[in-house]
Design a protein around this ligand. Structure first.
Ligand SMILES: Nc1ncnc2c1ncn2[C@@H]1O[C@H](COP(=O)(O)OP(=O)(O)OP(=O)(O)O)[C@@H](O)[C@H]1O
Length: 547
């Protein structure tokens, strides 16, 4: 089957097993049936003036009407099903791909853009379907009304075709400008959304600082104003197209009534038929012109989804990891880091780099990593946990070097609580949650009076940062992975809990056989660690054995 080269149609075709041509065919048949109604009524009206039998017209009218109604109902139903299936398939695939891309992709992509593309386009596509199917019917109605017009009067047909042709040429000339302007609107809207996220996320800061609020609002107003101006221009262009569309059709009516009969001496009853057909045509052309702005926006939304998927595909193709489930490192004894080096991609000047690292971590060790701000501790943890890939050197577990086929299995060694940790609403990835164990951990983390475990998650999430971190710790414990990695876990805890954390809890976790790697600034408690590594300018500078 041929393809309609329009992003929306490519989207539907790509995501469905069945072809959309059947739906379009039924929509077209329904449109033809609609135009037949006109012909039947016209001829029936003529038959009335001649006192002829109207039974056949009545039966034909009923048949055409049923065909029109059923076709419309069927086409709508099918189209909605196809589009929703396409959206479902795309959503499932894109969310799977988000999981496949690497951390570096998410860090560079910009969460606002990613979030808006993943969520907003679908709604727009879904909402536009009734109008789009309607447009196909209206197109069929227009074509068959035109043919009927040709049957009634060749001259009227030629004049109308010329008018519609001129309208199409005018539309094509304008549509490029509209699409370009809509692209700019999208960019302006994204910058507006980014400013809004500052407004919401930085609410506390701007609430206490009027000047900050004023400056931010100035930026928001400017981004919004820019978008408004371009949208206004687009709206004006679309209104002009809409106006021209109607102008062509409405100009035709007086031509047919006042000029044509005098020039070509058409029959009076034919003039009636021509005018009735033109009124039908007016309806279909108006509906088609009305759909243009919607189509423009939907096609842009679809192109957005395509572009996002292509970017993700490229990122996944460059990813070094393939999912291999056969390797199991859970019983490891030693993690080795050999000549490992990593640099962030440089946009301007020298980029920050870490390494080379040549270290070993033994199973069951409690290792602290210390160092000043920006010394590379978090970067090192991301490398160690397999979230970043080194440019040179690498990791091995016992004697097995970690490569593209084993990275996924390697990552399964770790539970991680980063400084910007995310507390999930449920214990995802823990198949059979042991409620007793959760309650024991709630007690150990001194959270039993604050939250409860219910329906797969914790009951209260209105907690302080320190308390939320304690829940993240419980989730990490339930994951039950051999290595626990923490980035400044105790920074948000009160002094009593901090002491309990270092002097009791870490020892307890260690006695469970877990290896603990923790970034910390709490020099009071360095003595509890087996080893302390100090980082400076991306290097592990000093190993101090404390025990
Ligand atoms: N995504 C990134 N892209 C480019 N550079 C980055 C990125 N993340 C961090 N850096 C740079 O790497 C350096 C080390 O950052 P890192 O977060 O590893 O330090 P840190 O020791 O954990 O600091 P802190 O104690 O403040 O958390 C910083 O100078 C930072 O500018």
């Amino acid at each position: 089957m041929p393809t309609i080269n329009m992003p929306l149609m490519r989207f539907i075709e790509r995501e469905n097993r069945s072809s959309y041509w059947q739906v379009l065919l039924i929509a077209t048949v329904s449109g033809i049936a609609n135009s037949l109604l006109l012909g039947i009524i016209n001829h029936a009206a003529e038959a009335v003036t001649q006192n002829a039998d109207l039974t056949q017209y009545f039966l034909l009218y009923i048949t055409a009407f049923v065909l029109f109604l059923y076709g419309q109902w069927y086409a709508f139903g099918q189209a909605i099903q196809m589009v929703e299936e396409a959206i479902f398939n795309t959503r499932s695939r894109l969310t799977r791909k988000v999981q496949q891309v690497e951390l570096a992709f998410i860090e560079t992509q910009g969460s606002n853009e990613l979030y808006s593309r993943l969520t907003q386009s679908d709604t727009l596509i879904s909402q536009s379907i009734p109008q789009i199917i309607g447009a196909f019917q209206m197109f069929a109605l227009m074509v068959f009304s035109l043919l009927y017009l040709g049957y009634v009067s060749v001259a009227s047909f030629v004049i109308t075709l010329l008018a519609i042709g001129l309208g199409v040429v005018y539309f094509l000339m304008q549509s490029q400008a509209i699409r370009a302007a809509l692209h700019t609107v999208k960019q302006k809207e994204e910058s507006y959304f980014a400013s809004i996220s500052h407004l919401v996320n930085g609410f506390k800061e701007i609430k206490v600082n009027e000047q900050k609020a004023k400056d931010l609002l100035k930026g928001i107003t400017s981004a919004s104003h820019d978008a408004q101006l371009i949208k206004y221009e687009v709206g004006k262009l679309e209104a002009t197209i809409w106006g021209f569309g109607r102008l062509f059709i409405y100009a035709l009516l007086p031509i047919m009534v006042f000029i044509l009969p005098n020039l070509l001496h058409e029959q009076t009853q034919d003039i009636f038929k021509i005018v009735a057909t033109l009124l039908f045509l007016t309806g279909s052309v108006t509906a088609l012109v009305n759909i243009i702005p919607i189509l423009n926006r939907v096609n842009l939304a679809v192109e957005d989804v395509f572009a996002l998927e292509t970017t993700m595909d490229n990122a996944i193709a460059h990813s070094q990891v393939i999912a291999a489930n056969t390797v199991n490192f859970q019983d490891f004894n030693t993690l080795s880091i050999d000549c490992m080096q990593f640099s962030y991609p440089s946009t301007t000047g020298a980029a920050f780099g870490v390494g080379p690292f040549n270290e070993k971590i033994q199973r069951g060790e409690l290792l602290f990593i210390i160092g000043g701000n920006g010394s590379g501790k978090s970067t090192f943890l991301k490398l160690l946990t397999g979230l970043y890939y080194p440019q040179t050197g690498g990791l091995s577990v016992d004697d097995t070097p970690i490569d593209v086929g084993t990275y996924a299995a390697y990552r399964r060694l770790f539970s991680i609580i980063f400084t910007d940790f995310h507390l999930f609403d449920k214990f995802y990835g823990v198949p059979d949650v042991d409620v007793q164990k959760v309650n024991e951990w709630l007690e150990k983390m001194q959270m039993q009076h604050k939250v409860e475990y219910k329906n797969g998650g914790f009951t209260s999430t209105n907690l302080s940062t320190g308390q939320r971190k304690r829940l993240a710790f419980i989730a990490a414990m339930l994951e039950d992975r051999p290595i626990l990695v923490m980035d400044e876990f105790a920074a948000d805890q009160d002094p009593q809990f901090r002491q309990y954390f270092y002097e009791t809890l870490l020892g307890e976790v260690k006695s469970m056989g877990k290896t603990i790697i923790a970034v910390t600034h709490d020099d009071h408690y360095f003595h509890v660690a087996d080893r302390v590594w100090k980082m400076d300018e991306g290097r592990i500078e000093k190993h101090s054995l404390t025990q």
